[in-house]
Design a protein around this ligand. Sequence first.
Ligand code: IFM
Length: 466
Amino acid sequence: MPSSLVFPPGFRFGTSTSAFQIEGATDADGRGVSIWDVFAAEPGRVLRGDSPAVGIDHYHRYAEDVALLAQLGVQDYRFSFAWPRILPTGRGTVERRGLDFYDRLIDALLTAGINPVPTLYHWDLPLALQEAGGWMARETAEAFADYASLLGEHFADRVTDWLTLNEMSVHTLYGHGLSEHAPGLGLELAALPAAHYQLLAHGLAVQRLRAAGAQRIGVANQHFPVIPASDDDADLIAAHVFADLTNWTFGDPILRGVYPSDEIAGGILQLTGMSPEQLAADLRVISEPLDIYGVNYYEPTRIGAPQADRDSSGVLEVDIPEGLPFAAVPIEGVERTDFGWSIVPSGLGDILRQLRERYPELPPIIITENGASFSDGPGADGRVRDQRRIRFLDAHLRALSDEMAAGANVVGYYVWSIIDNFEWAAGFSERFGLVHVDLDTLVRTPKDSYYWYRDLIAAQSPARSV
Ligand code: IFM
């Protein structure tokens, strides 16, 4: 099914990954321990006990993976630096061999004509920093600023585009509020300081990267429409609170220099013990102007007030503990990915519109992640017929194109992911890649969606810059 979609000249197509999900080699070349190494090794944390220690071994097979990207024809490749590979204890002694790996990767990308777009942090905090308080402590934001300076000074001669942190909202909710991800703190609403200190880390990193000569800087935030379960006041309020805590607690400080409600700002003051003056000073740092705003979109979320009778009607999709002021309710009548996520391409247009209406100063957007888990593997002839992924990508790119025609300033789109990888608590059971990986042999096989995306990119205007 060839696509007839055409994007404006200069539009950038790419794919995304993150270090912990693809690199493996967790004890190679002096790499320090991260919170995810420890978490994944605890029984019951990761489905089937899947281990990321070897993973898909991108650390040793990066040249093959760069060749796959080159044949795909992407302009951009988004990946992340592993903080513990470069600074094994999060600060202090630099592991030269960690920098060397990213030198090799970046040089291979540039040689292949691919623009490297690194993210500084994608959830793999050095364990030593966690033991000193992790994202619940201000010092972690300060350590992150020094890490950003180190990276900027080392790579800004070759890397022009930078993203600071990935999905602070998900890291806060699943890793700190709940315990489904590392570090598994389960603090519920008392996790709010982790949001603030990640945001502060973002702002400090923007300053440090600029000082080191970085040209274009952004962040990758997950955003999604929040659909109230009904028109009842209780459901409307619950949906509003949930949207504030997930979307706007991470968008507003960066793009407007404020928290979305007095309750959230008050909670942060109370839980951190900061003065209002300190909070105001932090917000000035957090709202440093950006060149790019990264949006990761997967699905909308339907939210209502917690009610006992909801369980009998449809089972909660997210394991939100009792006591929190909202509950997730299934979206009815939509197709789902193999992960059970609702497929709602129009949600991408909806969230882009909400962002545009909320933030008059919104920088150009890149869709830094969009994709789907479908488990199709090679057939008897070796070919991976993942038609459902092709339909998913086609529908989302159409929704994106329509929204751009309606005024959204979007300059790029990255598929999550180029290759099957470690899907956190779901281990390797969920496959998001355009390229299939045999987990026994680590053989890579491009799926039909890879060839579809390659042809879509090739059909665009040749005037696009690389
Ligand atoms: O795999 C994750 C990624 O690490 C962050 N964004 C969502 C992806 C799919 O769950």
